[in-house]
Design a protein around this ligand. Structure first.
Ligand SMILES: [Zn+2]
Length: 419
């Protein structure tokens, strides 16, 4: 019985360890357990456990985990010293057990499937209803904007729901990657868990594949290629003219800012090029503040600038459309949430995630890697964004027509330094 409480953790062992989990050396760790005087029934970590209350007398014993494991009370917590080996193996078991929770999930209902299908149809035309321009008026800062006369609430509602469906699929798919990769790390630390974990991982990889297909159905490949072409555009040359007079001496700076914002957004999102104009309009709005003079002319001028960038990106995309495809190996990074953060941080941009979902031809989930067969421009853009958290390598397709999966398995991404 530990004498101090400071270095003790209360751990719900019965919740974590079940008989099918191979324990290895952790099985010989002795636990202080309480049971009824007969010694039969559940073993408890707490003498005062509610289910023991009716027993006339309670006795305690030191029992190795491997013997106790099928009889552990599901609600009791065991006091374990902070250096107990059970804490680390328990954390590994939880990381692997997370896979099981997802495998036992209900399949999508017919209604959900119909919603997905409609979302795919809607998003195939863009982010917003085809007749509309820009984003709804709640994006403005309280000024009275001109109302669009034929604003179609139902269409907006449909597209908003479609975007929400895609966001949900996207986040879910990434969350599943993270769980599987985390389970790999748990296995590296505790290989003894393999016989239990590997069948779970194999089934989980199938779930990830289903999720990939569902998410890929909600993104379009043409905008992905065009987004990749944006990085080939030259910096815009600023030509002063009366249409930008409203910006005064700042005109050149505002054009540069608008270009930087648009380029970043257009090249790293799954949107059609036309659906990134918010990046530019917000720069122009900031530049004007409350001033109105010359603003409509300036807005029109920026619309034309953006239209020119879009035309140029499309012609670059067309120019490179015949270039050979590339076979790439990508190590998938996990989504991480720091304790202080409200939302998890995904190191992948939406464009990268959509590319991986759309062009994946093989996956090696035990290694957390995938192979992509991508159009030339996408390959170049993807490699330009490679980081140590997401190493990318071009795989050469050898004459021997070795299957892609074998090529991927042979790839050794540089070890990342997060551990
Ligand atoms: Zn209990």
């Amino acid at each position: 019985m530990p004498s101090t409480t400071a270095a003790v953790r209360l751990v719900p062992l019965g919740h974590t360890f079940t008989p099918e989990i191979p324990l290895g050396p952790a099985g010989s760790v002795l636990l202080t357990c309480y049971a009824t005087a007969s010694g039969k029934g559940k073993l408890h970590g707490d003498e005062a456990c509610g289910t023991l209350r009716s027993a006339s007398s309670v006795r305690s014993a030191e029992i190795p985990l491997s013997e106790a494991v099928g009889r552990l009370c599901g609600t009791c917590r065991w006091p374990l010293p902070a250096d107990s080996p059970l804490l680390q193996v328990g954390a590994a078991v939880i990381d692997i057990g997370t896979l099981k929770i997802w495998l036992d999930r209900e399949p999508d209902s017919e209604e959900e499937k119909a919603e997905e299908a409609d979302a795919a149809l809607a998003l195939a035309t863009g982010e917003y209803p085809p007749s509309s321009t820009g984003e709804p008026s709640d994006e403005t800062d309280g000024e009275s904007e001109e109302q669009e006369g034929d604003f179609d609430d139902e269409a907006w509602e449909r597209y908003s729901k479609a975007r929400e469906t895609r966001r949900h699929r996207h986040e879910q798919w990434r969350r599943l990657h993270t769980y599987l990769i985390r389970s790999n790390k748990a296995l590296q630390a505790f290989p003894v868990l393999r016989p239990w974990a590997e069948p779970l991982q194999a089934r989980f990889a199938e779930v990830i594949e289903e999720e990939r297909r569902a998410f890929a159905a909600l993104v379009q490949s043409v905008p992905l290629v065009e987004a990749a072409a944006v990085r080939l555009l030259p910096e815009p040359e600023f030509t002063p003219g009366p249409e930008l007079a409203g910006l005064g001496a700042d005109a050149a700076k505002v054009v540069q800012r608008a270009w930087d914002a648009w380029k970043h957004r257009a090249s790293w999102s799954w949107h059609r090029l036309e659906d990134n104009d918010f990046a530019v309009s917000s720069v122009v709005r900031d530049a004007f503040g409350r001033r109105r003079k010359g603003r409509p002319e300036t807005e029109d001028a920026f619309d034309e600038l953006v239209a020119g960038w879009i035309r140029e990106a499309r012609s670059q995309a067309a120019l490179h459309s015949e270039a050979p495809q590339q076979l790439l190996a990508v190590k998938i990074p996990t989504v991480e949430k720091e304790d202080c953060e409200e939302r998890a941080h995904d190191p992948l941009t939406t464009w990268e995630t959509a590319v991986i979902a759309t062009y994946q031809v093989a996956a090696d989930w035990p290694a957390g890697t995938v192979a992509l067969l991508v159009p030339h421009l996408i390959g170049e853009h993807l490699i330009s964004g490679a980081t140590s958290a997401m190493p990318i390598t071009r795989l050469a397709v050898p004459d021997s027509a070795l299957p892609v999966h074998a090529l991927l398995q042979a790839w050794q991404p540089e070890a990342d330094d997060e551990e």
